[in-house]
Design a protein around this ligand. Structure first.
Ligand code: PLP
Length: 392
């Protein structure tokens, strides 16, 4: 065959549901010299990564590491380590990722009970209390930030209810970590997974996870072998812990990337970063509202890093997204499931969350909407966002 041309990816502005824009320092770290997976240098990188992950997860959990695989691998890791065949697990489904977790739990042999909310809504404490009373599960799984809908699920009260019932709380923080508060110890979350390519702004490839002492005790008490060899934390922890026993070859350079991405989070400061996500979200929202776009999720549960807005009638979803990509290099996401064709998902995750991107998107969207025949007051979106930034 003839050799294909060398890679020359376009420069995009990633304002979709992930991946998000990656800082040049993280891209440079990915290209640093590969060392062996037991090299003292790499072991130091692993140790520092674990410390930084504990910092961003706000936990002292010993069992905190980066699973080799994307966010979904983190989901599988948490489920297969906690669940033995026949265990009862409740999964809260209000979007695509809750649905995925229920599927994973069933494959792991759990006796799964799902409770549901329509896409875009969140679960009330009462609903959780009712289901744990009725089912008496070993584990309750829930998504903190439903990227498929833009809804922000409060966890603190739910955690109390789940623990009072003697169950473990498994939380998906793939999109929330680094963008809104995630208090693993403060809220007593037991098994938590995240991803690198959302608010941590690293390319996809690793999944930070953390397990509470209570979760570790449940793993140690298991009778059945963990169904996945690759994701078995009792084996993986011997590589990330003192023994350094070979399990699988860690993706060395991906871990370099995560190390640098976490350094950027620490340099900025977690609280400052969270405040930045909120500020840019509020500016975007002011601008979107000014050009007639409304949020698909109720006030009070809108995620700052994932802005789901209703597509105005008469405006074509795909045409606008294609125009944004082709003319402005901006990627935004379409709706999923019942929201397909009805919403856009505008991400302001990690590096992407900046005034520059907010103002650019508002200007570009005005062009696209006007080309679609929508009536938009010229400049209204940018003006509203600028007004917000000036007074904030
Ligand atoms: C992106 C995402 C996942 C899946 O992560 P992948 O990296 O795509 O495997 C899981 N849960 C949520 C909430 C997500 O946003």
């Amino acid at each position: 065959m003839t050799t294909p041309a060398p890679l020359n990816p376009p420069r995009r502005i990633l304002m979709g549901p992930g991946p998000s824009d990656v800082h040049p320092r993280v891209l440079a770290a990915l290209g640093a010299p590969t060392v062996g997976h037991l090299d003292p240098y790499f072991i130091q990188v692993m140790n520092e990564t674990q410390s930084m992950l504990r910092h961003v997860f706000r936990t002292a959990n010993e069992l905190t590491l980066a699973v080799s695989g994307t966010g979904s691998a983190g989901m599988e890791t948490c489920v297969v380590n906690l669940i033995e065949p026949g265990d009862r697990m409740v999964v809260c489904v209000n979007g695509v990722f809750g649905g995925r977790m229920a599927d994973v739990a069933g494959r792991a042999g759990a006796q799964v009970t799902t409770i549901e909310r329509p896409f875009g809504e969140v679960f009330s404490a009462d609903q959780i209390a009712e289901v744990v009373r009725r089912v008496q599960p070993k584990v309750l799984g829930i998504v903190h930030a439903e990227t498929s809908t833009g809804a922000w699920q409060p966890l603190e009260e739910i955690s109390r209810i789940v623990h009072d019932a003697g169950a473990l709380l498994l939380a998906d923080t793939v999109t929330s970590l680094g963008g809104v508060p995630v208090e693993v110890d403060g809220w007593q979350l037991d098994a938590v997974y995240s991803g690198t390519q959302k608010c941590l702004s690293c390319p996809p490839g690793l999944s930070p996870v953390t397990f509470s002492p209570r979760a570790v005790a449940a793993i140690e008490k298991r009778k059945a072998k963990i169904a996945s060899w690759y994701l078995d934390m009792t084996l993986v922890k011997n590589y990330w812990g003192q023994d350094r026993a070979y399990h699988h070859t860690a993706p060395i350079n991906m871990n370099y990337g995560l190390h640098e991405a976490l350094r950027l989070v620490l340099e900025e400061g977690l609280e400052v970063r969270i405040a930045r996500h909120k500020r840019n979200h509020l500016a975007l929202k002011a601008g979107l509202n000014a050009i007639g776009l409304n949020y698909a999720v109720a006030e009070g549960i809108q995620l700052p890093m994932l802005n789901a807005v209703l597509i105005p009638s008469g405006v074509d979803d795909v045409t606008v997204r294609k125009q944004l990509l082709a003319e402005f290099g901006i990627e935004i996401g379409g709706g999923l499931g019942p929201m397909k064709g009805k919403t856009w998902r505008i991400g302001l995750m990690g590096e992407t969350s900046s005034p520059r991107n907010v103002l650019l998107l508002l200007a570009a969207l005005e062009r696209c909407l006007t080309d679609q025949g929508a009536t938009v007051q010229p400049g209204a979106g940018v003006a509203a966002a600028n007004a917000f930034y000036r007074q904030a």
